[in-house]
Design a protein around this ligand. Sequence first.
Ligand code: ADP
Length: 485
Amino acid sequence: MKKILFVTSEAYPLIKTGGLADVSGSLPIALDALGHDVRIVMPAYADVLASLGDLPSKRINQAGGEVEIFETELPGTSVPVWLVSHQGAFDRSGNPYLAENGKSWPDNAERFSLLCRVSVEIAMNRMGFGWKPEIVHCNDWQTGLIPALLEDEGDRPATVYTIHNLAYQGLFPKELFQKLGLPQHFWSYNALEFWDQLCFLKGGLVYADRINTVSPNYAVEIQGKEFGCGMDGLLKERKDRLSGIINGIDEEAWNPATDPLIPHAFELGNMAGKDANKAALQKYFKLAPDKNVAVIAMVGRTVQQKGIDLVIEILPKLMDLTVQLAILGSGEKKYEQTLKHWNSLYPERIALKLGYDEPLAHLIEAGSDLFLMPSRFEPCGLNQMYSQRYGTVPIVRCVGGLADTVEDANPANLEQGKASGIVFRESNAEALLQAVTRALELFNAKTEWKKIQKTGMKKDFSWKQSAIKYLDLYALAEQDRQSLV
Ligand code: ADP
């Protein structure tokens, strides 16, 4: 049995802005089910505390003030969660990272450095919990200082650092390095400095015993200029310590046979419910009720990374085809405005809901025929896996985790029963439109279509497989740690 401290800035269902929350709400449970002792540390956001009611807590003087740690569990499980609270750092509602004006909270460096320092204290068993982990598993820039700070400790646990998205690096002005009181030797381009700025991410990339990304393909891509976000040199240097493990999905929450958030259950061999969900989705959005028109969906952040601009670019051409669109998302205002405009032009053909809506995301997956993910880069991506599970055929760009989880419906893959979606290469509107056209041809060729749906629905996207791979990674991290002693 391994003792694992899992540090994260969000975990489903407590708080979620993206895929990191899904991983943090699933991987610890999968590790627990395999018999390991996993404990989560995350910030005590006001909304999280409010949703949990009275909790026992421990107060400790640390980091120049009093830290309060609330003790709870991931809802519905016995996985312990420690929620870190300190002088108003997390005691504000709304988005964990962004203020209402859409800009980062001005004190993000202080807030997440606090999370890191408290996590180090827990990792070194100095918080009075009587528990010391063998592994500290850190996630994304918010936890990046942990592997660096642990480097200065004797008899420290091994560290694993997971990159969920390399584009978010936790960059702050140099003054903050002093203000946070970080040891001076970390101010070097070999450590936390990145072009005269403080970079939280580098703490993980430079110091973790093992680094991984959330898909094998992304681990390779980020060693090159196109996807490296300026870190490609460093990542290439550490390539012996860098690998990729594909995320699983929550197969209970995303199971079309039992999903309480969809009106009609369905499964392979009994697909009538899928048609009924399509009708329900069309009704919900006041789209024309037509079962022969292909409903193409998109759920996610409306930002350039996700290729929303490419979708907008092809909208005029899509309106010449027999399709309806169902879009759910939020993100950059300029894209939201443009989508609103198109929705008002074609209310019976382009459906739009701006905002975050978990139940609607389920109805969309259940009721659509096709799902668009024309991402510029995609560390893993979850919706393409949900889609396959729900018999909704994904159209994805051949990038990151999308390339690892969707097999193109080319003649050879179709023949071998491997095809589970439509994969295209170039990141431009023309390639996307060609992919949609190809998808529609398959949609109308009913035998092939059923075969593609079936292949996707039968795939194993369980967390168990991924959790086993993480255990192997933890073992490697411990070996690397031992070799330093
Ligand atoms: P990201 O880059 O945002 O982390 P992922 O595909 O890895 O992208 O994960 C996004 C997760 O958030 C998925 O579970 C997706 O269904 C969900 N999601 C994103 N936007 C919305 C929304 N507007 N409403 C409901 N769920 C959403």
